[in-house]
Design a binder for this molecule. Sequence first.
Ligand code: SF4
Length: 501
Amino acid sequence: MTSTDFVHHPFHDEDGDSLREECGVFGVVGARDAAAVTALGLHALQHRGQEAAGIVSYDGQEFHVLRGNGHVAENFGTGEAMAELPGTMSCGHVRYSTTGGTGLRNVQPLYAELASGGFAIAHNGNISNAMHLRSDLVRRGAIFQGTADTEVIIPLVATSRYPTLLDKFVDALRMLEGAYSLICSTPAGMIACRDPLGIRPLVMGHIPEKDGKGAVVFASETVALDIVGAVFDREVEAGELIEVDLDGKTTSHRPFTKTASRPCIFEHVYFSRPDSISAGQSVYSVRKAIGQQLAIESPADVDLVIPVPDSGVPAAIGYAQESGVPFELGIIRSHYVGRTFIQPSDGARTNSVSRKHNANRALVAGKRIVLIDDSIVRGTTSLKIVQMMRDAGATEVHMRIASPPTMHSCFYGVDTPERNKLLAARMDMDAMREFIQADSLAFVSIDGLYRAVGEAERKPKCPQYCDACFTGDYPTRLTDLAEKTHAGQLNLAPGKPEKVA
Ligand code: SF4
């Protein structure tokens, strides 16, 4: 496996010009080789985080913790690693880092010994008041090992005055703002929960009975259930907390006042694997439907529809089917180019195009083409791709984007550049088109995106999804950000600069 095979959007990632999902989580109770099942599940979630991975297992007596930088296969691909993680319950995590930096102390699952026994926690999302909670806890004498936002949950649980661990845990959750899908292991079993808005995904399934007992599985995406042979049961609902005891008995709790959920719409656009089912819908089908919406809203008089690999492919198929223009692979990705080659000294030329991609010159020469990509972040990659197509002889290069303009940062667990680095926050449509040097540029409309996920339109008063990176309509309070501003005032309206110190 090359180091790039896991990369979801290698073209953009090469430049750091992409949004990156921060984490994937997986948990299993009642499997004979729980850690091996977890490693396999994490492997299917590798696109959600490639910087570090960790697994914590429980053998009925003790917890065992193994964490490392790098891919899942590098850390958990050997019998020796698995031998260090015995037990029938296990939880795991893959990550990128934004909040907290890259040190091994921040690699999850985090583990602590509480009065009630061991406690392991794996988190996908971002606690948007973690700085505020942390300084309060430090003032009260709490000691932190690392800098990850997730770590605040441990002292909040440890210092809660409620009697049972579950009550302490719920007490801690009530203090959190932001997005969290959590999987925790305790000596009594596993707890899985989703924040009240269900911003980040979490699904539940089971591995059918073998030797008289089945296993309960939780994962960020259904692809992780598929790979371990688990059957998808349902999503963990927004605001739901599910307890699983060591015998596999599950109990659902609803500790929060029920509110309308706001799952991240970008999971459909880009983060989730196309073979996943998200919010009850095939991610692949939604991406195709976005392409169809784009073709309806912004047709292009061209000879070929060409996807930007790899995540632009389903939308390009949809665009081609709707418009009747042939779909062709005009950019070919090499699967064998690693990062180890020494750059030739003629850097100007080699840096101007991707090392992993090449134009299919025989196809595009003399043609008018429309490129389909999932998003534009900084715009530097789009400029290179357009240039690559022109160099290969394309006579017209149009660009269509399968998401609305990304104008705002995400505070819910997705690594977005600061707002002033986002092309769409800096420029209007014409200036963006000029910047990427395309003959025309169009993005799918926000209502077009909602139509692709099966809604008639976006309901502005109570949007059905989190779409804040497009609209600036953040579904939670952003305490940390407010405390960072000079006057405690946020200006997050679309198109206006945020007052972030
Ligand atoms: Fe998803 Fe964007 Fe909301 Fe972040 S801000 S959770 S990326 S929709």
